[in-house]
Design a protein around this ligand. Structure first.
Ligand code: DGI
Ligand code: FE
Ligand code: FE
Length: 189
């Protein structure tokens, strides 16, 4: 699917603010893909659709998690996590995106997962550092992203976990496992 067609579909699903965020993620994901040798077209498509399900209602998302046999433990954690796997499902069903790598990049864009692919890393990081993001620590991750994808990703995942813990929020196990996986692989270098 071409960029304009994809953007048109996504625009109808999002607020203007979230659409602007999506454009930022798209530009950033393409730049990271270029820099680190990921497929630029797949990065573009995954970025455009990554928050497709952000504004779906919780009951609909809960039903999809159950009927599609997504890990049920998701339902015990914050509903903010749900739009990622549900988005991957809906993007295939409603927008006809079939590419599994693109769908997985959408599916794992919030929690990450152990053994993330290059494309998954690009989307996770682009979501975190796109130019519209303004929060403590984002500049450090932007600087790291210019040098080393994994180091930037570790910092982004770590910041997310620390942010949640500071608010006494639960942390989804996949987020911890993503962190451990990246750090342990780093130590093997
Ligand atoms: O959808 P975006 O806002 O662009 O970004 P995102 O998909 O990374 O979602 C971020 C939200 O998800 C943010 O409010 C923190 C939350 N989140 C991310 N990882 C976890 C999490 N919430 C919980 N409870 N546990 C997690 O591991
Ligand atoms: Fe998201
Ligand atoms: Fe996002």
């Amino acid at each position: 699917m071409e960029r304009e067609a994809a953007l048109k579909i996504v625009k109808e699903q999002l607020t203007d603010h979230r659409y602007q965020h999506t454009l930022g993620v798209m530009e950033t994901a393409i730049a990271l893909a270029k820099q680190y040798g990921a497929d630029e077209k797949k990065a573009e498509l995954a970025a455009i659709f990554h928050d497709y399900a952000k504004f779906r209602n919780k009951d609909e998302m809960r039903q999809i998690i159950l009927s599609e046999k997504f890990p049920e433990d998701l339902l015990h954690y914050h509903s903010e996590l749900w739009h990622a796997p549900v988005g991957a499902y809906l993007v295939e069903k409603e927008a006809g995106i079939k590419d599994k790598e693109v769908l997985n990049a959408i599916r794992f864009h919030t929690s990450g997962r152990p053994g993330m692919t290059l494309l998954e890393k690009v989307i996770y990081l682009a979501d975190y550092i796109e130019p519209g993001r303004h929060f403590p620590g984002v500049e450090d991750v932007r600087a790291l992203a210019k040098q080393d994808l994994d180091n930037a990703l570790i910092q982004a995942v770590k910041n997310t976990i620390l942010f949640l813990m500071k608010k006494n929020q639960s942390v989804y196990p996949d987020s911890y496992q993503t962190y451990n996986d990246l750090v342990m692989k780093r130590q093997e270098d």
